[in-house]
Each structure stands twice: as structure tokens, then as C-alpha cells.
Design a protein around this ligand. Structure first.
Ligand code: NAD
Length: 499
């Protein structure tokens, strides 16, 4: 059984003693390793390393920093299949999905390679006689990323390539449930030529996180995870004077209008609701069927859900559509939501609770579940289930459907399926959600656009990656200079104005 530690100063550090957390293989339902849960002292070692590395990395020309990222991208591509297997082993998602996650992460590295262009400041000459004004984009300092289990490679890569390209040092605190792939990535950064201390990994839980949030040497915190923890991170980091962005949970709705191409909508829904066993922040977990289309939608969905191939993500012959859930505990939580939905009066059309995969009976598998006639206010609609459970609500009109989405506390992603251009455009105006799809079920913005939701899906002023990422990881300095310095100046006790 492997034991994982931290990655500090370009080397693995295994504490001699301390708390450890189990790492499972969810397809087998067996523990396959353990990870040290860093205490305050271990966490501080990583902080000190990042702090020591900061001045040299900050002074490294942006092009030289980008060259290391170019090399890193090459290594990621070369190692993509190997990294994807690490993800599938610990997370459970099917191999093609793990490869897709890496592709989306690599796109952020590609974006970061071009960051020297975005670090150019602005210059205005002669804002007053002989006076010029210009701005510089400076790194923020030691930055921290705290990431969730569901995208163990992509979400860290939303953060650190941009932070590093901007001249910051970075400490990653990955999810303790699937930490291996980030350690592999750290080795690739080292191989690409990243100096020691510029990228460190601290494995752990709340103790490590709290140490990072309260240490004066840490300047900025990026978080992605569930809403209660996002809110906690946002408040605590803010209290300790740090720059913070915290992305939270979701309940993403898809509206299916009566004129929609139903086959297209159903095909989109199958991937969006059940892909990665529903453990995606951009999963569609609620559908609003408008007008008469509800019955037809259910008719088309039911056989497809019943035919889902569910099994171990690494079994190429079986080639499943979706794998197991991350843990037995999480599977029980999802099952409890299905029990609750029945109690709340929703109609369970497909019941995945008793699914078991032949040959992998110990695995944390669940079949796809579908609820119909779900009403606003039911917990299965209000709360994030984060499993392969799709709920269908019925609405008489487009306006009622919009109201349901806008009443919801989350605002991460949403989609509409319609052939009506007017309606689609109106939807983009009306809906109070950050990422919007028109006949696109999972509208995840590309790396050069910023990613982030609204309402209780995001705490902080900026979204992640894209231009917002660059803004988050830099602070602007504006310089006003007068040349020649000997230009006659009179004493002036009023607000300065430029002449
Ligand atoms: P989580 O909130 O349980 O954990 C996220 C991180 O926070 C982990 O690194 C974990 O170790 C740490 N953490 C957990 N409890 C903590 C505590 N009490 N104090 C300090 N740190 C703590 O989330 P998860 O279960 O790993 O991931 C699933 C959640 O992430 C879902 O809610 C999903 O919607 C969300 N998510 C959101 C996005 C987005 O872009 N908005 C993307 C991916 C996942």
C-alpha cells in the first residue's frame, strides 16, 4: 500500500509520524493507499519554502517563466495516459473522461504560456506637462490553491499555471481523497525546470487548510469545493487580509422548450447528468420541461438511463459510460437523497439504488436515477446531490421555468434547448446564472475565458482562469513620473491636477 506525503523544494517529504487518511480504489471498494494529513508544522515548512523561492521567481523574466510552462505542457501531453490512469484509479471516473479532464487542464497551461502578453501594463504619456503615467502588473506573492476531489488534475490546473506564469509561487492543497495525480504533476513541473520551492504540495485536511489561511506569508487563496467550505474559506481568508476567490457548489438546470430537438436534448442530458457519475460542478442535475414536452422527455430518457453501462473506468473491454462514486459514504448520501425524494412525493422513474457491477460487487457503484414531478422546495431540488440523480420539474411557461432557476440559491451553470432564436437570446438576458448554454448542455468556458458562477456558487470578485485569473494573480502598480526632473514646480497644497 503506497503512502503519500508532501512535495516541498522539488522533493517528496514523508513525515516520520502523524495522522493519515485512506485512499480508496472506488471501483474495487478497497483501500489502496494512505496520505499524510499535514499538521501545522509540516504545512509551515511548505509555506517557508514558497516564501524563500518567491524573490528569485518573481525576478525571472516572464518569457523564461513561460518557457518552463511550454516544456511542462509537452510533458503533460507525453504523460497524459499515465496521469489519466492515476485519476481513474482514485476518483473512479472512466478513462476517457479522465483524459478529457487533462485536456481541459492543458488548455490552461497553453493560455498561461501566452501570459507575458497579458502582463504588459498600460502607458499614457504627457498626462500633464512632462508627466507620464504607466502601470505594472506585479505578482501577488505566495498563493495557495485548495481543490476538490472531482477534478483532481483540472481544477489545480485552473490555478497554478496562471499563478506561476504571473511570477507567484504556489502551494497546492489537493483533495485528500485522490491526491496522487497532483504529486505526479509536481514531478513533471520539476522535470520542466521549475526551480525548487516555486510549486509545493501540502496534503492534508482542515488543519493544513487553516494553517495556510492564517499564515502571514500567504497572500492569495483560490478555493474550489462545496459551498459551505467555500464560504468558510472566503470569510476566514478575508479576515486574515488575503485576496480570495472561492468557487462553490451547484444545481444546474436545463430548460427543455416544447420546440426543442428532443433527441439532441436527451443525448446532451445523458452525458451532462450521468457523466462522471454526476460528480461534476457543471453537471445538469435538474431539468425543467416546459409545456407538453415532459412526458415525451421522460419516455426517451428512461430506456437510455436503464441502458447505461456502469463499471470500472479502467476496463477497456467493458468500456463503461460511468464509473463508481468517490466513496461508500458519498454513495450512501446519494441513496439517502433518493429515499428522501420518494418521501417528498416525487415520482421515482428510474431507481439506481440497488445497482451492483458483476465482478466488482465491492465497488461504490450506483445506477442512474430519475425523478419526475419534482417541485420547488423539495430537498432533491434545492440541494446539491452530486451523484447520478436527475430531477425533472414541469413548468407551464418559459417565464415559470426562468423563475424556478432564478429562485435557486446556486447559479453556476445552466442550459436551454430550443430551436427558437428569440427565446434563446431572451434566456441569456433573463437567467441569473454565470455560465449559460444554448443547445449546449455543459457550457464550460475555454481557458482563455473566465470560469465562474453567480450567487452562492462563487464568493469573490473575480472568476477563475482567463483574464480574471491574470487579474487575480497580479496586483497593479501605477507610476506617475515627471521628466525632466528639474521642471519647475510650485508648492501646491490642493488636490494634485495635471497641467
Ligand atoms: P469539499 O468542499 O468537501 O472539499 C474541497 C477542499 O476543501 C478539499 O481540499 C478539502 O480537503 C477541503 N476541506 C474540506 N472540508 C474542510 C474544512 N472543514 N475546512 C477546511 N478545508 C476543508 O468539496 P469536495 O467534496 O471535494 O468537492 C465537491 C464539491 O466541489 C461540490 O460541491 C462541487 O459542486 C464543488 N465544485 C465546484 C466547482 C466550481 O467550479 N464551482 C468545481 C468543482 C467542484
Amino acid at each position: 500500500m503506497k503512502t503519500l506525503g508532501n512535495f516541498v523544494d522539488n522533493d517528496i517529504h514523508l513525515p516520520s509520524e502523524g495522522r493519515k487518511g485512506p485512499i480508496f480504489n472506488p471501483a474495487l471498494g478497497k483501500q489502496q493507499g494512505e496520505v499524510f494529513l499535514s499538521n501545522q508544522e509540516e504545512t509551515q515548512k511548505a509555506i517557508e519554502s514558497s516564501y524563500q523561492a518567491l524573490s528569485t521567481w518573481t525576478a525571472t523574466p516572464p518569457l523564461k517563466r513561460a518557457r518552463i510552462l511550454f516544456k511542462f505542457k509537452e510533458l503533460l501531453e507525453k504523460n497524459k495516459n499515465r496521469l489519466a490512469e492515476f485519476i481513474t484509479h482514485e476518483h473512479g471516473k472512466v478513462l476517457s473522461d479522465a483524459q478529457g479532464e487533462l485536456t481541459r487542464g492543458i488548455e490552461v497551461v497553453e493560455f498561461a504560456c501566452g501570459i507575458p502578453h497579458l502582463l504588459k501594463g498600460e502607458h499614457s504619456s504627457n498626462v500633464g506637462t512632462g508627466v507620464d503615467s504607466y502601470s505594472l502588473m506585479k505578482p501577488v506573492g505566495v498563493c495557495v490553491g485548495i481543490t476538490p476531489f472531482n477534478f483532481p488534475a483540472m481544477v489545480p490546473m485552473w490555478m497554478f499555471p496562471i499563478a506561476l506564469a504571473c511570477g507567484n509561487t504556489f502551494i497546492l492543497k489537493p483533495s485528500e481523497k485522490d491526491p496522487s495525480v497532483s504529486l505526479e504533476i509536481a514531478h513533471l513541473l520539476k522535470e520542466a525546470g521549475l526551480p525548487k520551492g516555486v510549486f509545493n504540495i501540502v496534503n492534508g485536511d482542515k488543519e493544513a487548510v487553516d494553517t495556510l489561511l492564517t499564515d502571514q506569508r500567504v497572500q492569495a487563496v483560490s478555493f474550489v469545493g462545496s459551498t459551505p467550505i467555500a464560504e468558510y474559506i472566503y470569510q476566514k481568508s478575508g479576515h486574515y487580509g488575503k485576496r480570495v476567490q472561492a468557487l462553490g457548489g451547484a444545481k444546474n438546470h436545463m430548460i427543455v422548450m416544447p420546440d426543442a430537438d428532443l433527441d439532441q436534448a436527451v443525448a446532451g442530458l445523458m452525458g451532462a447528468a450521468y457523466g462522471s457519475a454526476g460528480e461534476r460542478c457543471m453537471a445538469i442535475s435538474a431539468v425543467i420541461a416546459v409545456g407538453e414536452i415532459g412526458d415525451k422527455l421522460i419516455e426517451k430518457l428512461r430506456p437510455k438511463i436503464e441502458a447505461l453501462k456502469i463499471g470500472p473506468g479502467l476496463d477497456k473491454e467493458f468500456n463503461p459510460d460511468m464509473g463508481p462514486l468517490i466513496s461508500n459514504q458519498h454513495r450512501e448520501k446519494v441513496k439517502n437523497y433518493i429515499d428522501l425524494g420518494i418521501k417528498e412525493g416525487a415520482k421515482l422513474v428510474c431507481d439506481g439504488r440497488n445497482y451492483s457491477c458483476k465482478g466488482y460487487e465491492g465497488g461504490y457503484f450506483l445506477g442512474g436515477s430519475l425523478f419526475d414531478h419534482v417541485k420547488e422546495g423539495m430537498k432533491v431540488h434545492h440541494e446539491e446531490i452530486f451523484g447520478p440523480v436527475l430531477v425533472v420539474l414541469r413548468a407551464s411557461t418559459y417565464e415559470d421555468a426562468i423563475q424556478i432557476i432564478n429562485n435557486h440559491e446556486f447559479g453556476n451553470g445552466t442550459a436551454i434547448f430550443t430551436r427558437d432564436g428569440d427565446c434563446a437570446r431572451q434566456f441569456t438576458e433573463d437567467v441569473e446564472v454565470g455560465m449559460v448554454g444554448i443547445n449546449v448542455p455543459i457550457p464550460v468556458p475555454m481557458a482563455f475565458h473566465s470560469f465562474g458562477g453567480w450567487k452562492r456558487s462563487l464568493f469573490g470578485p473575480l472568476h477563475i482562469h482567463g483574464q480574471d485569473g491574470v487579474r487575480f494573480y497580479t496586483k497593479m502598480k501605477t507610476i506617475t513620473s515627471r521628466w525632466p526632473s528639474g521642471l519647475k514646480q510650485k508648492a501646491n497644497f490642493n488636490m494634485p491636477t495635471m497641467k
